[in-house]
Write a protein that binds this ligand. Structure first.
Ligand SMILES: Cc1ncc(COP(=O)(O)O)c(C=O)c1O
Length: 395
């Protein structure tokens, strides 16, 4: 076999999201783009804010010497300084400076350099299900083992299950709030309790556990809900974010990792992240977009646009009879499947030309994920299919 058996096997099992995407392409070819309602992908429909377009133009038009060359692997110092300034205020962490920031190729790049830096073979990374499926691959990329901890019925963190999962091999816990795929936001109280459990376990076992908060949706929240920054609540924390969602520029691959100044082994951790940015082949985050985002740290897409879409779809799903937790952020729903086997149900939806992703793709069978970062006409067009499929399996 010409390619590795490992990757060959992954290609078969890897991603429901990709599978649905490909099915969507086939169906659109067959039935026409306007007749297929593809709610499977999390690709933001809104355009970047005008300030971001302007900043990209300004960065591109700057003809100063050397702006397009290699740079330190951590990224441009001025950019890291601007980020540290705004983040230290947001997270009430005044010791945080440019030296605690590494510019990365999106949150995905940030997660990979972080896990590569932290993990020895077979060390464990705890994730809460349902989770962003790439966490499994990223941990495995760097020799780690993922331990899955279920959440409660309302997708809040299940602390008893977490306590049971902690072990001497636990190196890190990954959280994500606002959450993909549930859209729920962890409250300050919940994060404080999480921090206190990890702190106690770390102290009792003399084994510092890193808390990685992967938060690319942090600014997409509704109804004034608070999204506390983990850097404010837990010393041994690593905050990873990107501008893929809040500035709607996922194609530009820009984000950063921020390490708490009081993190265990902070200096080596920073050096490790910078080294891993290099040896994983990212080298550095793209120069042009680094310079562009430097001055738009206080800008964000209008979350109201997503809030309206959430309200529309939530009201419709409830009217039809679906059981679904109302999301407070991001742009996903994670309803319970009316059929125990959600793959059968999403096939039924696909017959109605509505595409969604089965919960087993996120470690939670019996549910499915809807992305609503889509034009209104796609959401509106999907309702008949949601309703027919629901009624047919309920009969
Ligand atoms: C929870 C979560 N983490 C990380 C990522 C990766 O984002 P980025 O485009 O910044 O790499 C995504 C993308 O959808 C995501 O949903």
């Amino acid at each position: 076999m010409p390619i590795s058996q490992k990757i060959s096997a992954k290609l078969k099992s890897s991603s429901w999201i990709r599978k649905m995407f490909e099915e969507g392409l086939q169906m659109k070819k067959k039935y026409g783009v306007d007749n297929v309602f593809d709610l499977s992908l999390g690709n933001p429909v809104v355009e970047p804010p005008k300030e971001v377009r302007q900043a990209i133009k300004l960065a591109a038009n700057d003809s100063s010497q050397g702006l397009h060359r290699y740079m330190p692997n951590a990224g441009l110092h001025d950019v890291r300084e601007a980020i540290a300034q705004s983040l230290s205020l947001e997270a009430a962490c005044k010791e945080l400076v440019a030296d605690h920031i590494v510019m990365v190729c999106g949150a995905a790049g940030g997660l990979n350099i972080t896990l590569k830096t932290l993990l020895d073979p077979d060390e464990e990374v705890i994730v809460f299900s349902p989770f962003f499926v790439e966490y499994l691959f990223y941990s495995e990329n760097h020799g780690g083992k993922t331990i899955t901890v279920p959440t409660n019925e309302d997708f809040s963190l299940n602390f008893n299950a977490l306590r049971e999962a902690l072990s001497p091999k636990t190196k890190a816990v990954i959280i994500n709030s606002p959450n993909n795929p549930t859209g729920i936001v962890y409250s300050r109280k919940m994060l404080e309790e999480l921090a206190s459990i990890l702190k106690k376990y770390s102290t009792d076992n003399n084994n510092p556990i890193y808390l990685i908060s992967d938060d690319p949706y942090k600014k997409i929240v509704f109804d004034g809900v608070e999204t506390p920054n983990i850097l404010e609540l837990y010393d041994n924390s690593i905050y990873i974010t990107s501008h893929s969602k809040d500035l709607a520029i996922p194609g530009e691959r820009i984000g950063y990792v921020a390490v708490h100044p009081k993190c265990a082994d902070a200096e080596n951790l920073m050096s490790g992240l910078i080294f891993c940015n290099r040896v994983l082949g990212f080298v550095n985050a793209p120069a042009l977009i680094q310079r562009a985002i430097q001055n738009v740290q206080n800008v964000s897409v209008d979350a109201e646009l997503y809030r309206k879409k959430r309200d529309f779809l939530y009201a419709e799903l409830i009217r039809i009879g679906y059981s679904v937790v109302k999301p407070q952020g991001a742009f996903y729903f994670f309803p319970k499947s009316p059929l125990k086997d959600e793959v059968l149900f999403i096939q039924k939806l696909a017959e109605k030309k509505v595409l969604v992703v089965p919960g087993q793709g996120f470690g939670s069978p019996g549910y499915f994920r809807i992305s609503y970062c889509l034009p209104d006409q796609v959401l509106e067009g999907s309702i008949a299919g949601f309703e027919e499929a629901f009624n047919e399996v309920k009969l």
